[in-house]
Design a protein. Structure first.
Length: 437
């Protein structure tokens, strides 16, 4: 008999034999009758155990199981106005698949809030909570929405190495690994590879994959390992072409989540708005003027506080959640040696950030595809050209104009669902202090 999830059963199946399995969430004993609440991936159902029907020994074994034990039950489905789903299951036989130890290291249905560290230390139990599991169902929808849009618009999904010869932004934030007696690194970005692919004919590509940054940051928005969406496209004219792809992708992905994740969003008590395109674009210099008028006392680089203030500004004045900060000064993007500078004003780049609800979500723009200019910018960053020869070689034999962006998927989910800490959007987060479980 095929096992059924709780959402596959209904009162109209009255009298049918069914097989179900899941965790024992609660047991209510009323003398010779007991009500067991069984929880599976999709919800809950009621099993009504009757001592007279089951026999004293089997009845006692079932109703004395510790909470969170795993059982499989076969029985007859019976319509019931008193049961929460309109039906109950009268067991004819059951099997204990796994008996839980007591006490539990973390409650599942208890109303007592646990610290995030306690939850992460016991993630396997934390994920049994409906609202926690819903976050990752939404995250799955985000990735599906991304793929749905990009594949439908001529992009090819690729997979680049995560053990690399050099970093896209120098060595300061790289994790070094020993690689058969040689020095290698965990990739902080697929930047060098996705640019190389622009010279191959795979001129519209994307990748959803892990990336690594050795930044000693203990904040609610940074991780050492994260999931990055990277997109690159060739034969562009300016960064405007890249921004158009990005804003349409973001809008389409959010629309996909809203359409397919209604149950999860309701469970999380989260209202997600599908944004209108095009997104508002404000040059970096104008953003600084806005921030100063709001009492911000930062420098040229817009910090976390500045991002938050800009998010409040566009929401209050325009009712919008997304903002492109454009025309970044070269001095801020100099370390990004592949960023194209404006020919008419080399002090500016065409690079942009996309902020969502006052937090940076994406950075990108048009890349420098001209070999000599690229070499010059690399030397300005004190990079050894010979170390980047596998990357530079692609630029000597016909490289079309191109650009792209990287988007933090975990951060996207965090902001979409108003989660206070990015670690809530990661199954098993990795940061400076956590490498288990």
């Amino acid at each position: 008999m095929h096992r059924k999830y709780s959402n596959e059963l209904c009162p109209e199946m009255d009298g049918q034999e069914v097989r179900v399995a899941g965790w024992v969430e609660d047991v209510r004993k009323l003398g010779s009758i007991a009500f067991i609440i069984l929880r599976d991936r999709e919800g809950r159902l009621q099993v009504t155990a009757i001592k007279k029907e089951m026999g004293k020994e089997r009845f006692t074994e079932l109703i004395t199981l510790p909470r969170e034990s795993v059982v499989e039950i076969k029985g007859k489905l019976q319509k019931s106005a008193e049961a929460r789903m309109g039906f109950e299951i009268l067991p004819t036989e059951f099997k204990v698949l796994s008996k839980a130890e007591v006490p539990l290291p973390l409650g599942v249905v208890d109303k007592v809030n646990a610290e995030l560290d306690t939850r992460l230390d016991n993630r396997f139990i934390d994920l049994r909570k409906d609202e926690v599991r819903a976050i990752f169902k939404v995250k799955s929808l985000v990735c599906a929405g991304i793929r749905n849009y990009l594949l439908g618009n001529g992009f090819v999904e690729v997979h680049t190495p995560k053990i690399v010869f050099a970093g896209a932004e120098g060595g300061a934030t790289l994790f070094e690994v020993e690689y058969f007696g040689r020095k290698a690194f965990l990739a902080q970005s697929p930047q060098l590879y996705k640019q190389t692919l622009m010279a191959t004919g795979l001129d519209r590509i994307f990748e959803i994959a892990p990336a690594f940054r050795a930044e000693p940051s203990d904040t609610v928005r940074h991780l050492s390992e994260f999931i990055s969406l990277d997109v690159e496209l060739a034969y562009i004219n300016t960064s405007e072409d890249v921004m158009q792809v990005l804003e349409n992708l973001v809008a389409a992905t959010i629309e996909y989540v809203v359409k397919n994740g209604e149950k999860e969003l309701k469970l999380l008590n989260c209202e997600v708005r599908v944004p209108k395109v095009p997104f508002r674009k404000i040059p970096h210099r104008e953003c600084l003027e806005i921030l100063k008028s709001m009492g911000w006392h930062g420098g040229v680089d817009i910090d976390t506080e500045g991002e938050k203030l800009l998010g409040e500004y566009i929401m209050q004045n325009y009712g919008e959640e997304f903002l492109f900060i454009t025309e970044f000064p070269t001095e801020l993007k100099r370390g990004t040696f592949y960023a194209m500078r404006k020919d008419e004003n080399p002090e500016l780049t065409g690079y942009f950030d996309l902020d969502y609800r006052g937090q940076e979500l994406t950075s990108g723009g048009q890349r420098e595809h001209r070999y000599e200019k690229l070499k010059t910018q690399m030397l300005e960053n004190n990079l050894k050209l010979e170390a980047f020869e596998p990357y530079l070689k692609a630029f000597r034999y016909g490289m079309p104009p191109h650009g792209g962006f990287g988007l933090g998927v975990d951060r996207f989910v965090q902001k979409m669902l108003n989660l206070t800490n990015i670690r809530e959007a990661v199954l098993f987060p990795r940061d400076r202090l956590r490498v288990t479980p």
